[in-house]
Design a protein around this ligand. Sequence first.
Ligand code: PHE
Length: 456
Amino acid sequence: MNDQNNFAGKIGAILATAGSAVGLGNIWRFPTEAGANGGAAFLLIYISFMLLLATPIMIAEFTIGRHGQSDVMHAFESMSNGKKDWRYMGYLPVIAGILVLSYYAVVAGWTLEYAFRAGINDFIGKTQEEFTQDFIAFSSNPLKPLTWLFLILALTFGIVALGVQKGIERGAKIMMPTLFVFLAILAICSLTLPNASLGLNFLFKPDFSKVNSSTILSAMGQSFFTLSVGICCLCTYACYFRKDVNLIKDGFKVAAIDTLVAIMSGVIIFPAVYSIPGLSPDAGPSLVFITLPNVFQEVFSGLPVIAYLFSLMFYLLLVMAALTSSISMLEMSAAYFHKEKGMSRPKAALIMSLICLVLGAACSLSFGIWQDITIFGMGFFDLFDFLVAKLLMPIGGLLICIYLGWIVDNKDVYDELTNNGTIAQPLYPYFRFIIRYFAPICIAMIFITEIGLLKI
Ligand code: PHE
């Protein structure tokens, strides 16, 4: 059996992609970004970007990857009509995979710490003040987060190195629906909190006066990040897709699941933010780690066993959701060295993990002893997030559109999306229009505006 089959051939397109897409981006990054950018107006712009940019680009990545059936470098070369330089796109997932995993693993490590704390019943009877202090003390501690960072990278490495996906396939099949059910219950619980309506207003009642070009760039970045698009992560996965997958239909399904999870997370977080004194929606990356343990305590205050089980299960699920995404990140860079350079899978995965460990340590320390070290005004963690979500993803997305819309033969794209004419794709003309004109112009315009602003 070759490696492609080994990796994801049997998982099925939806499961693998949904595993990569649904993660901390939905449950942690979405509320953080929505909170920092005014809530409802951000949500609306974000959903528009999901529909009009991120999902079509995801389908574009699927098309390129599945056509290539090997790795990203080969995939871009194989559709390029002789314009071989496009193969250099193969470096994008290597660089972006390392950058994104380095800081993502820090937050994934936090989820491990919180799963552990939930396990030892550390949340019981704590006040908001204590949760806040606990989080600050933990994230700024030089050693503890590094230990969890190491552990999460070791787990990610282990799974990618083995390349055995049966465990993930089964795990994901159980995990994804369970996560969904948990989020739904939590959302209902959050709605019972005293100031829930204020939170819902914040999330659903748009105030466009708060929108500026940086809100728009943030919403675009978030739509790309949450679907893992623009840096050829899904292109890497699509290399392992079977030929009978309906790329457009499955793309929309994944986007729908992903959006629902993000909105549910918002419905959990914002009512809690407005109900628990001392919190504000723009509290930043710590929001989820301070509010959530509190929600469990508040809602189940008379039922300590339920509060205990609920928090534990929730954080374990969060760890798993983070893992299915971090695996896809490591796979992005490891696949290149494995496929193009002939390195063994474990060796490629190990080298990449070690690089991420070093860079991740810098990101982790930027919450504590290295918080004064800044580049372009940002600490390492924020810098990496900026580089990935606001630079590489949109630029990568733009290049993918130019490639598929203008370089590849229309017939090749059409054949790939209709599975060689065996299925109908009524949306194809819209897809083509978005990829050729709408998406590239839109991304370029947002960029130019933002750069213009940066110069001021
Ligand atoms: N989409 C993932 C999430 O929302 C993050 C991710 C980004 C995964 C880029 C792979 C590549 O958590």
